[in-house]
Design a protein around this ligand. Structure first.
Ligand code: AMP
Ligand code: GLY
Length: 426
C-alpha cells in the first residue's frame, strides 16, 4: 500500500514510524511534513487546509491507497468527507463526528444528554448572561471558548476578577476569534489527591461498533517544571499513567467510552478513527475534561512505540468496520517523550537556528518544527524535537531520554526537566 499522512508535527512523524513497521505498507507520504518525516516518507508540499488543492493532488495520484488525516483542523472542515467522496479510503472521522472536538458546546450538550460524567456547565452566546452566571457561581471557575483555539481556549480562573477579565477576552475582545462566539462555563473539578486534579489521556480506536482503549499516557501542558508557566501544546508525555488500574479502565469503558460511542451513533454522527478522552480523576469518579477527534500530540509519541499489532491493519479494520476482529496488543514497560522547544515558546520565538545532534543512543528522535536549509538541520517551530525512550519502567525510560537530550542543542533550546515524575504516589 501507499499511504499518505496529513500533518506537520511530532504526532505525524510518530504515526509514520509506526506505519513504516507495517508489513502492508510499501511507500509513505507526508503532507506537508518536516525534516524528520522526509527521512522516511516523501514530503508533499500542499496546504492541507486547502481542500481543492488536496483533491487535485489526490486525483493526480491514484497510486496512493489510503489517507490518514491527523490534525484537528482538516478533520473539522470535512477533509475526510471530501476524500471519501472521491472514493479514497481514509483514517479519521467525518466532519459531523469531528464536531466532538471542534465544538465544546456540542460535546458538553452530548455528555449532558447521555449522562456521561463531566464537569457541570452552562453554555452562553450572550455576554451579559454569561457574566451574570459567572458572578452567581463565583470562582474557581473554568471558561472554554467553544471552537478550536490551538489548545489555548481554556481559562482555569482562580478568582472572580480573572474570570470576569477572561470572559471579556474571549467573548468581547475575541482573543480566540470566532471560537469565542459561544462559551462553555463550567465548575472547576478537584482531583482525588492533587490540585489541579489528576489527568490522564486515553486514546481509543473505534469503528463505531467497537471501542478499544490504547495504553494510557500523561501530558505536561505547562511550559515550565512543576507545572508552572503558560499552557503549551504539550512539553512531554509518559506512558503508562501511574494511577491507572484495571478497575479504572472498566469504569471508564462502561461509563464514558462505550456511552460516548453509542451517543454519537444515536445522534447520526458515527465516529470512526481515534477518539481521545482527556479524563480527570475526581472525588466523584472519572470525568471527561475534553474530547479530541484525533491522536494526541505528544501522547502519540509514547503510545505508538508500544504497539505490537500492525497499525495499518488496525486502520483498515476501522475503515471496514471490523475492528472487533483485531486483537490490539501492547508491549510491557514504559515510554517517555521529552519535548525540546525554542526559547520563548509558547509566545514568540526565533526560527532558523542550527540544530546539533551528537551521539545519541537508545532513543528515537521525533521531529516537530524542523526543516533543512543548505544541508543543515534547523529549527522551524516552537516545539522542535521530541526525544522518545522506552524502558522497563518510567524511570528507566526517563534516564535514557535525558541522557540523549544532553547531546542535543541549539541557541536558546529549552525543555522541562521533570517529565515523567508526576502522580508518583498513585
Ligand atoms: P482542555 O483544552 O479542555 O483539555 O483544557 C485544558 C486544561 O484545562 C485541562 O488539561 C485541565 O488541566 C484544565 N481544565 C479543563 N477543564 C477543567 C475543569 N472543569 N476543572 C479543572 N480543570 C480543567
Ligand atoms: N496533548 C493534547 C492534545 O493533543 O490535544
Amino acid at each position: 500500500m501507499q499511504v499518505l499522512v496529513i500533518g506537520n508535527g511530532g504526532r505525524e512523524h510518530a504515526l509514520l514510524l509506526a506505519l513504516k513497521k507495517s508489513k502492508k505498507v510499501e511507500k509513505l507520504y507526508c503532507m506537508k511534513g518536516n525534516a524528520g518525516t522526509a527521512q522516511i516518507a516523501e514530503n508533499v508540499d500542499v496546504n492541507y487546509m486547502n481542500i481543492g488543492a488536496v483533491k487535485k493532488f489526490a486525483a493526480e495520484h491514484p497510486e496512493i491507497d489510503y489517507y490518514v488525516v491527523a490534525p484537528d483542523d482538516p478533520l473539522a472542515i470535512g477533509l475526510v468527507d471530501e476524500l471519501e467522496a472521491m472514493g479514497k479510503r481514509c483514517f479519521g472521522p467525518r466532519k459531523n463526528a469531528a464536531i466532538i472536538e471542534a465544538s465544546k458546546a456540542f460535546s458538553k450538550a452530548l455528555m449532558k444528554k447521555y449522562n456521561i460524567p463531566t464537569a457541570e456547565a452552562e453554555i452562553f452566546d450572550d455576554y451579559d448572561k454569561a457574566l451574570e452566571y459567572v458572578r452567581r457561581k463565583g470562582a474557581p471557575i473554568v471558561l472554554k471558548a467553544d471552537g478550536l483555539a490551538l489548545g489555548k481556549g481554556v481559562l482555569v480562573c482562580e478568582d472572580l476578577k480573572r474570570a470576569e477579565e477572561g470572559l471579556k477576552e474571549i467573548m468581547l475582545d475575541k482573543s480566540f476569534g470566532a471560537a469565542g462566539n459561544v462559551i462553555v462555563i463550567e465548575e472547576c473539578l478537584k482531583g482525588l489527591k492533587y490540585t489541579p486534579g489528576e489527568e490522564v489521556s486515553v486514546l481509543a480506536f473505534t469503528d463505531g461498533k467497537t471501542i478499544v482503549p490504547m495504553i494510557t499516557s500523561c501530558d505536561h501542558k505547562r511550559a515550565n517544571d512543576r507545572d508552572k508557566g503558560l499552557n503549551t501544546g504539550g512539553m512531554g508525555t509518559f506512558s503508562p499513567c501511574p494511577f491507572w488500574t484495571k478497575e479504572l479502565e472498566k469504569e471508564v469503558l462502561e461509563t464514558i467510552m462505550i456511552p460516548t460511542m453509542n451517543a454519537m451513533n444515536a445522534e447520526g454522527r458515527t465516529f470512526k478513527g481515534c477518539l481521545y478522552f482527556g479524563l480527570m480523576r475526581t472525588d466523584k469518579g472519572m470525568k471527561v475534561v475534553e474530547y479530541n477527534s484525533r491522536f494526541g500530540d505528544p501522547e502519540t509519541q509514547v503510545v505508538l512505540p508500544m504497539l505490537k499489532t500492525d497499525l495499518m491493519e488496525i486502520f483498515e479494520a476501522i475503515t471496514d468496520e471490523r475492528l472487533s476482529d483485531i486483537n490490539v496488543e501492547w508491549e510491557d514497560g514504559a515510554c517517555v517523550c521529552v519535548v525540546l522547544a525554542s526559547g520563548g515558546y509558547p509566545l514568540s520565538y526565533a526560527k532558523g537556528k542550527e540544530i546539533t545532534i551528537g551521539e545519541v543512543e537508545n532513543v528515537q528522535i521525533i521531529h516537530a518544527g524542523t526543516a533543512v536549509k543548505d544541508g543543515k538541520l534547523i529549527t522551524n517551530g516552537g516545539r522542535v524535537l521530541g526525544v522518545v525512550a522506552k524502558g522497563k519502567t518510567v524511570d528507566d525510560a526517563r534516564r535514557k531520554a535525558y541522557k540523549a537530550v544532553d547531546n542535543i542543542s541549539w541557541e536558546n533550546m529549552f525543555y522541562r526537566k521533570d517529565i515523567g515524575i508526576k502522580y508518583r504516589e498513585g
